[in-house]
Design a protein around this ligand. Structure first.
Ligand SMILES: NC(=O)c1ccc[n+]([C@@H]2O[C@H](COP(=O)([O-])OP(=O)(O)OC[C@H]3O[C@@H](n4cnc5c(N)ncnc54)[C@H](O)[C@@H]3O)[C@@H](O)[C@H]2O)c1
Length: 341
């Protein structure tokens, strides 16, 4: 990617921080927008990432007027839209906030981008939970039907439909190239969100408390965050270079369409933290238990992801071990990104 300006929404979040680092390394002038509504410690703070930014705004992305004014002020060529309420159990407790952030936030970004001529491409980050899932274990491909039976899933499939409508209504009239990018379960260092598998395991292991598992046999496409930010950056470059038509959707996931059970992740984790205590959680939410994605489209057009599911998980565990042994978080992020080649 070039020397120009990019807006990363949700830049204070887990994936946002890794995205900021990759884009700064590539020479981009990076701006942020985040309302600081997520819970837990942040890699953004631990790694002192504020100093890497050309500017940032603390605001709710779904506030169209604020978002549009900020975009007009900073004049980005590219928007990577990561801001959203990303925690599935929180969506059960705060459905309105989740839908507003995820679906209306995407609407506000696309509308503000449409009205600001300098914006040439928008990457909308959604989830593998956008698919209508009958839990039969099939690996979802991009043309599969959108759906969802919980608010998190519907907020993300809603974002996909909004992007589709914007593309259908405005594509070709000087409006930006829109790509939607569907992520699996992203793992990697510097995620301290509450109610996520790896951060919860790290927290339990370090505090000596119990890890409460919701569904031991749930399967997920665990993917390393370095593959994710690399994928977003490649798709964005191709969109800006005119190699992709607007309105494409992309699954990003682990190498070989791999996946792992929660049980496999816990077993691996116990090799590093043998004293970890695991108990069954009484708080079961109605979530899809089988999720797999097919990443053939991305792999064929660009290159296959570097890490499979268990390699990604192990790399994440090692990141935390090195971090708590005193290694600088930004050095650890750079080291993981350097493995992408
Ligand atoms: N981490 C994963 O496994 C995963 C999987 C699939 C999709 N995603 C999606 O990727 C994106 C980034 O996820 P993450 O893991 O970095 O989550 P995160 O919670 O660490 O980061 C999200 C960031 O967005 C900000 N935010 C939330 N609502 C906002 C709003 N209305 N306005 C402005 N900022 C807002 C939060 O403060 C936070 O800093 C999210 O859209 C998420 O749904 C993540």
């Amino acid at each position: 990617m070039g020397q120009s300006r990019v807006l990363v929404t949700g830049h204070k979040g887990f994936i946002g921080a890794w995205t900021v680092q990759l884009l700064c390394q590539a020479g981009w002038t990076v701006f942020g927008l985040d309302d600081e509504s997520s819970y837990g410690e942040r890699l953004y703070d631990a790694a002192g990432m504020k100093s890497m930014l050309a500017g940032e705004l603390t605001s709710d992305v779904s506030d169209l007027q604020m978002t549009q004014t900020w975009i007009e002020q900073i004049g980005p060529e590219l928007i990577i839209h990561l801001a959203g309420q990303a925690i599935v159990p929180r969506a059960f407790k705060q459905p309105y906030l989740t839908f507003k952030s995820n679906a209306l936030g995407t609407l506000a970004i696309l509308e503000a981008a449409r009205l600001t001529p300098c914006v040439r491409a928008v990457m909308c980050i959604t989830s593998d939970k956008v698919y209508e899932n009958n839990n039969n274990g099939q690996a979802f491909s991009e043309p599969d039907m959108l759906g969802g039976s919980d608010i998190y899933s519907v907020s993300k499939s809603g974002a996909e439909l909004i992007a589709k409508a914007y593309n259908a209504s405005h594509c070709g009239n000087g409006s930006p190239n829109i790509q939607t990018i569907r992520l699996g379960n992203v793992v990697g260092g510097g995620d301290w969100a509450v109610n996520r598998l790896i951060p919860d395991l790290i927290h339990a292991a370090r505090s000596g408390g119990d890890f409460r598992v919701r569904y031991m046999d749930a399967t997920r496409p665990f993917q390393h965050v370095s593959d994710v930010v690399n994928g977003i950056s490649k798709i964005a470059s191709a969109a800006l270079n005119g190699q992709l038509r607007s309105g494409e959707a992309w699954n990003l996931g682990p190498r070989n369409n791999s996946f792992a059970k929660v049980r496999d992740v816990i077993d691996l984790f116990k090799r590093y933290y043998p004293n970890l205590s695991v108990i069954d959680s009484e708080e079961k939410i109605k979530e899809d238990l089988n999720l797999r994605v097919d990443v053939a489209k991305y792999s064929d057009q660009f290159s296959p992801p570097v890490f499979d599911s268990m390699e990604g998980v192990e790399r994440a565990i090692r990141w935390y071990q090195s971090f708590y042994a005193g290694t600088s978080p930004i050095d650890l992020v750079r080291a993981d990104l350097s493995l992408l080649g």
